[in-house]
Design a protein around this ligand. Structure first.
Ligand code: NAP
Length: 274
Protein backbone atom coordinates (compact mmCIF):
# COMPACT_ATOMS: atom_id res chain seq x y z
CA UNK A 1 0.00 0.00 0.00
CA UNK A 2 1.32 3.52 -0.83
CA UNK A 3 1.96 5.38 2.45
CA UNK A 4 -0.41 8.29 3.08
CA UNK A 5 2.19 11.03 2.72
CA UNK A 6 3.99 9.69 -0.36
CA UNK A 7 4.99 12.85 -2.32
CA UNK A 8 2.75 14.94 -0.05
CA UNK A 9 4.23 18.47 0.07
CA UNK A 10 4.19 19.27 3.77
CA UNK A 11 5.39 22.45 5.49
CA UNK A 12 6.30 21.98 9.16
CA UNK A 13 7.10 25.00 11.34
CA UNK A 14 9.25 24.41 14.41
CA UNK A 15 10.93 21.41 12.75
CA UNK A 16 14.38 21.94 14.29
CA UNK A 17 13.57 19.97 17.47
CA UNK A 18 10.93 18.12 19.45
CA UNK A 19 7.56 17.27 17.95
CA UNK A 20 8.24 19.03 14.63
CA UNK A 21 11.50 17.13 14.18
CA UNK A 22 9.85 13.79 15.01
CA UNK A 23 7.01 14.57 12.60
CA UNK A 24 9.55 15.34 9.86
CA UNK A 25 11.08 11.86 10.31
CA UNK A 26 7.67 10.17 10.40
CA UNK A 27 6.57 11.81 7.16
CA UNK A 28 9.96 11.41 5.47
CA UNK A 29 9.70 7.67 6.14
CA UNK A 30 6.44 7.75 4.20
CA UNK A 31 8.12 9.53 1.27
CA UNK A 32 6.84 13.07 1.92
CA UNK A 33 8.31 16.16 0.28
CA UNK A 34 9.07 18.46 3.19
CA UNK A 35 9.73 22.15 3.80
CA UNK A 36 11.16 22.45 7.30
CA UNK A 37 11.10 25.81 9.06
CA UNK A 38 12.62 27.26 12.24
CA UNK A 39 15.19 29.84 13.30
CA UNK A 40 18.15 27.51 14.00
CA UNK A 41 19.32 26.72 10.47
CA UNK A 42 22.13 24.32 11.50
CA UNK A 43 19.71 22.11 13.42
CA UNK A 44 17.22 22.32 10.58
CA UNK A 45 19.81 21.28 7.96
CA UNK A 46 20.68 18.24 10.07
CA UNK A 47 16.99 17.28 10.34
CA UNK A 48 16.57 17.76 6.56
CA UNK A 49 19.59 15.54 5.84
CA UNK A 50 18.16 12.76 8.03
CA UNK A 51 14.78 13.10 6.29
CA UNK A 52 16.47 12.58 2.92
CA UNK A 53 18.22 9.47 4.25
CA UNK A 54 14.81 8.15 5.37
CA UNK A 55 13.39 8.38 1.84
CA UNK A 56 11.78 11.82 1.75
CA UNK A 57 12.73 15.05 0.04
CA UNK A 58 13.45 17.98 2.35
CA UNK A 59 14.47 21.63 2.26
CA UNK A 60 15.43 23.67 5.30
CA UNK A 61 14.12 27.24 5.41
CA UNK A 62 15.35 29.66 8.06
CA UNK A 63 12.18 31.30 9.27
CA UNK A 64 11.12 33.29 12.31
CA UNK A 65 7.35 32.87 12.25
CA UNK A 66 6.87 36.19 14.03
CA UNK A 67 8.14 37.84 10.83
CA UNK A 68 5.43 38.00 8.19
CA UNK A 69 7.99 38.28 5.37
CA UNK A 70 9.73 35.08 6.57
CA UNK A 71 6.43 33.20 6.46
CA UNK A 72 5.75 34.45 2.93
CA UNK A 73 9.27 33.38 1.89
CA UNK A 74 8.74 29.95 3.45
CA UNK A 75 5.64 29.27 1.39
CA UNK A 76 7.11 30.78 -1.79
CA UNK A 77 10.24 28.65 -1.33
CA UNK A 78 8.11 25.55 -0.91
CA UNK A 79 6.16 26.25 -4.10
CA UNK A 80 9.37 27.01 -6.01
CA UNK A 81 10.83 23.68 -4.92
CA UNK A 82 7.79 21.41 -5.22
CA UNK A 83 5.19 23.41 -7.24
CA UNK A 84 2.44 22.97 -4.63
CA UNK A 85 1.54 22.78 -0.93
CA UNK A 86 -0.57 19.84 0.31
CA UNK A 87 -0.24 20.13 4.10
CA UNK A 88 0.71 22.88 6.55
CA UNK A 89 1.59 21.94 10.13
CA UNK A 90 1.63 24.95 12.46
CA UNK A 91 3.81 23.57 15.23
CA UNK A 92 6.33 26.31 16.18
CA UNK A 93 5.70 27.33 19.76
CA UNK A 94 7.09 28.73 22.99
CA UNK A 95 5.63 28.70 26.48
CA UNK A 96 5.91 30.28 29.92
CA UNK A 97 5.88 29.25 33.57
CA UNK A 98 5.25 32.23 35.82
CA UNK A 99 2.44 33.88 37.68
CA UNK A 100 1.22 36.82 35.59
CA UNK A 101 1.78 39.32 38.42
CA UNK A 102 5.40 38.14 38.81
CA UNK A 103 6.37 38.92 35.20
CA UNK A 104 9.10 41.54 34.96
CA UNK A 105 7.51 42.70 31.71
CA UNK A 106 4.03 41.80 30.41
CA UNK A 107 5.47 42.05 26.87
CA UNK A 108 6.26 38.33 27.33
CA UNK A 109 2.57 37.67 26.61
CA UNK A 110 2.93 39.56 23.32
CA UNK A 111 6.00 37.49 22.41
CA UNK A 112 4.11 34.22 23.00
CA UNK A 113 1.10 35.43 21.00
CA UNK A 114 3.41 36.43 18.14
CA UNK A 115 4.99 32.98 17.87
CA UNK A 116 2.11 30.65 18.74
CA UNK A 117 -0.82 32.53 17.26
CA UNK A 118 0.29 35.08 14.68
CA UNK A 119 3.04 32.82 13.35
CA UNK A 120 0.38 30.24 12.48
CA UNK A 121 -1.89 32.92 11.03
CA UNK A 122 0.84 34.29 8.73
CA UNK A 123 1.89 30.87 7.43
CA UNK A 124 -1.75 29.94 6.87
CA UNK A 125 -2.42 33.18 4.97
CA UNK A 126 0.34 32.55 2.45
CA UNK A 127 -0.31 28.80 2.16
CA UNK A 128 -4.08 29.00 1.78
CA UNK A 129 -4.32 29.70 -1.99
CA UNK A 130 -2.09 26.66 -2.59
CA UNK A 131 -3.98 24.51 -0.09
CA UNK A 132 -7.23 25.37 -1.87
CA UNK A 133 -5.72 24.21 -5.15
CA UNK A 134 -4.59 20.91 -3.65
CA UNK A 135 -7.69 20.48 -1.41
CA UNK A 136 -5.11 20.18 1.31
CA UNK A 137 -4.83 19.97 5.07
CA UNK A 138 -3.86 22.23 7.97
CA UNK A 139 -2.78 20.79 11.34
CA UNK A 140 -2.44 23.03 14.38
CA UNK A 141 -0.48 21.77 17.35
CA UNK A 142 -2.30 22.99 20.41
CA UNK A 143 -2.19 21.77 23.97
CA UNK A 144 -4.40 20.11 26.55
CA UNK A 145 -3.31 23.08 28.70
CA UNK A 146 -6.01 24.97 26.78
CA UNK A 147 -8.64 22.42 27.84
CA UNK A 148 -7.80 22.21 31.53
CA UNK A 149 -7.25 25.21 33.79
CA UNK A 150 -3.57 26.05 33.91
CA UNK A 151 -2.47 28.91 36.15
CA UNK A 152 1.17 29.82 35.54
CA UNK A 153 0.66 29.66 31.77
CA UNK A 154 -1.67 32.60 31.10
CA UNK A 155 0.01 33.77 27.90
CA UNK A 156 0.47 30.24 26.57
CA UNK A 157 -3.14 29.16 27.03
CA UNK A 158 -4.35 32.49 25.64
CA UNK A 159 -2.29 31.92 22.48
CA UNK A 160 -3.65 28.39 22.02
CA UNK A 161 -7.20 29.57 22.73
CA UNK A 162 -6.82 32.29 20.10
CA UNK A 163 -5.66 29.60 17.69
CA UNK A 164 -8.79 27.55 18.37
CA UNK A 165 -11.15 30.47 17.79
CA UNK A 166 -9.35 31.58 14.64
CA UNK A 167 -9.32 28.14 13.04
CA UNK A 168 -12.94 27.40 13.98
CA UNK A 169 -13.94 30.43 11.92
CA UNK A 170 -11.52 29.66 9.13
CA UNK A 171 -12.65 26.02 8.92
CA UNK A 172 -16.14 27.17 7.98
CA UNK A 173 -14.72 29.64 5.43
CA UNK A 174 -12.65 27.01 3.61
CA UNK A 175 -14.92 23.97 3.96
CA UNK A 176 -16.29 24.34 0.42
CA UNK A 177 -12.72 24.47 -0.92
CA UNK A 178 -11.98 21.01 0.46
CA UNK A 179 -9.33 22.25 2.93
CA UNK A 180 -9.49 20.45 6.29
CA UNK A 181 -8.29 21.84 9.61
CA UNK A 182 -7.24 19.50 12.41
CA UNK A 183 -6.78 20.87 15.93
CA UNK A 184 -4.55 18.66 18.08
CA UNK A 185 -4.67 19.09 21.84
CA UNK A 186 -1.61 17.27 23.13
CA UNK A 187 -0.79 16.46 26.74
CA UNK A 188 2.85 16.44 27.90
CA UNK A 189 5.27 15.23 25.23
CA UNK A 190 8.81 14.39 26.30
CA UNK A 191 10.70 17.01 24.25
CA UNK A 192 12.30 19.09 27.00
CA UNK A 193 9.72 21.79 26.19
CA UNK A 194 8.96 22.22 29.90
CA UNK A 195 12.61 23.05 30.63
CA UNK A 196 12.42 25.86 28.03
CA UNK A 197 9.34 27.50 29.58
CA UNK A 198 10.00 31.22 29.94
CA UNK A 199 10.04 32.38 33.54
CA UNK A 200 9.19 35.68 35.22
CA UNK A 201 12.31 37.32 33.72
CA UNK A 202 11.47 36.07 30.20
CA UNK A 203 14.35 33.54 30.28
CA UNK A 204 14.02 29.72 30.23
CA UNK A 205 13.25 28.41 33.72
CA UNK A 206 13.37 24.73 34.60
CA UNK A 207 10.87 25.15 37.45
CA UNK A 208 8.10 22.97 36.16
CA UNK A 209 10.53 20.23 35.07
CA UNK A 210 10.79 19.09 38.68
CA UNK A 211 6.99 18.89 38.94
CA UNK A 212 6.92 16.77 35.77
CA UNK A 213 9.34 14.16 37.06
CA UNK A 214 7.47 10.85 37.06
CA UNK A 215 4.57 12.33 35.07
CA UNK A 216 3.53 10.20 32.13
CA UNK A 217 4.55 11.86 28.87
CA UNK A 218 4.08 10.87 25.25
CA UNK A 219 7.19 10.24 23.18
CA UNK A 220 7.79 12.67 20.30
CA UNK A 221 7.61 9.72 17.87
CA UNK A 222 4.18 8.67 19.18
CA UNK A 223 2.91 12.24 18.97
CA UNK A 224 4.24 12.43 15.40
CA UNK A 225 2.37 9.26 14.38
CA UNK A 226 -0.81 10.66 15.93
CA UNK A 227 -0.46 14.00 14.14
CA UNK A 228 0.27 12.31 10.81
CA UNK A 229 -2.63 9.85 10.96
CA UNK A 230 -5.32 12.18 12.25
CA UNK A 231 -4.39 15.03 9.92
CA UNK A 232 -4.44 12.66 6.96
CA UNK A 233 -7.85 11.39 8.08
CA UNK A 234 -9.00 15.06 8.20
CA UNK A 235 -10.10 14.70 11.83
CA UNK A 236 -11.52 17.92 13.20
CA UNK A 237 -10.32 17.68 16.81
CA UNK A 238 -7.86 15.34 18.53
CA UNK A 239 -7.32 15.11 22.28
CA UNK A 240 -4.76 13.06 24.17
CA UNK A 241 -5.26 11.79 27.70
CA UNK A 242 -4.22 13.68 30.84
CA UNK A 243 -3.60 11.95 34.17
CA UNK A 244 -5.14 8.77 32.76
CA UNK A 245 -8.39 10.52 31.79
CA UNK A 246 -9.49 10.88 28.16
CA UNK A 247 -8.79 14.38 26.88
CA UNK A 248 -12.30 14.91 25.45
CA UNK A 249 -13.64 14.82 29.03
CA UNK A 250 -11.96 18.08 30.03
CA UNK A 251 -14.02 20.55 27.94
CA UNK A 252 -17.08 19.04 29.64
CA UNK A 253 -15.48 19.26 33.08
CA UNK A 254 -14.71 22.93 32.44
CA UNK A 255 -18.43 23.53 32.02
CA UNK A 256 -19.74 21.11 34.65
CA UNK A 257 -17.07 21.33 37.38
CA UNK A 258 -14.90 24.44 36.82
CA UNK A 259 -14.09 24.79 40.53
CA UNK A 260 -12.72 21.27 40.66
CA UNK A 261 -10.53 21.85 37.59
CA UNK A 262 -9.33 25.14 39.05
CA UNK A 263 -8.35 23.48 42.35
CA UNK A 264 -6.39 20.79 40.50
CA UNK A 265 -4.69 23.42 38.32
CA UNK A 266 -3.80 25.52 41.34
CA UNK A 267 -2.28 22.53 43.13
CA UNK A 268 -0.19 21.76 40.05
CA UNK A 269 1.07 25.37 40.01
CA UNK A 270 1.88 25.35 43.73
CA UNK A 271 3.77 22.06 43.35
CA UNK A 272 5.63 23.50 40.36
CA UNK A 273 7.46 26.07 42.49
CA UNK A 274 5.32 29.07 41.57
N1 NAP B 1 6.09 19.20 24.58
C1 NAP B 1 4.89 19.29 25.11
O1 NAP B 1 4.64 18.81 26.24
C2 NAP B 1 3.76 19.92 24.33
C3 NAP B 1 2.45 19.65 24.73
C4 NAP B 1 1.39 20.23 24.02
C5 NAP B 1 1.67 21.03 22.93
N2 NAP B 1 2.94 21.28 22.56
C6 NAP B 1 3.17 22.15 21.41
O2 NAP B 1 4.00 21.49 20.48
C7 NAP B 1 4.73 22.45 19.73
C8 NAP B 1 6.19 22.02 19.66
O3 NAP B 1 6.73 21.94 20.97
P1 NAP B 1 7.93 20.98 21.36
O4 NAP B 1 7.55 20.31 22.61
O5 NAP B 1 8.36 20.18 20.20
O6 NAP B 1 9.03 22.07 21.76
P2 NAP B 1 10.48 22.43 21.17
O7 NAP B 1 11.31 21.21 21.05
O8 NAP B 1 10.95 23.56 22.00
O9 NAP B 1 10.17 22.92 19.71
C9 NAP B 1 9.69 24.20 19.44
C10 NAP B 1 10.00 24.49 18.00
O10 NAP B 1 9.46 25.79 17.69
C11 NAP B 1 10.48 26.52 17.03
N3 NAP B 1 10.29 27.96 17.25
C12 NAP B 1 10.24 28.63 18.43
N4 NAP B 1 10.11 29.95 18.19
C13 NAP B 1 10.08 30.10 16.84
C14 NAP B 1 9.97 31.21 15.98
N5 NAP B 1 9.88 32.48 16.44
N6 NAP B 1 9.98 31.00 14.63
C15 NAP B 1 10.09 29.76 14.13
N7 NAP B 1 10.18 28.65 14.91
C16 NAP B 1 10.19 28.83 16.24
C17 NAP B 1 11.80 26.01 17.60
O11 NAP B 1 12.84 26.21 16.66
P3 NAP B 1 13.94 27.37 16.70
O12 NAP B 1 14.27 27.64 18.14
O13 NAP B 1 15.05 26.79 15.90
O14 NAP B 1 13.31 28.53 16.02
C18 NAP B 1 11.49 24.53 17.71
O15 NAP B 1 11.75 23.88 16.50
C19 NAP B 1 4.49 23.79 20.41
O16 NAP B 1 3.54 24.53 19.67
C20 NAP B 1 3.91 23.42 21.75
O17 NAP B 1 3.03 24.40 22.25
C21 NAP B 1 4.00 20.74 23.24
Amino acid sequence: MTPSYHQNVTVITGASSGIGEALAYELAGQGAWLALAARRLDQLEAVAAKCRSLGGRAIAVECDVTQQADCERLIQGTVTEYARVDTLVNNAGITMWSRFASLKDPALINQIMQVNFLGAVYCTYYALPHLKQSRGRIANISSMADKIITPGSTGYVASKHAMEAFYESLRAEVADDGVSITMLYLGFVDTGFAGRMLGADGKPSGGISRRLEGTQQMTPADSARLIAATTFARRRTVYTSVAGLPGWLFPWLKVLAPNLLERVGKRFMDEGDL
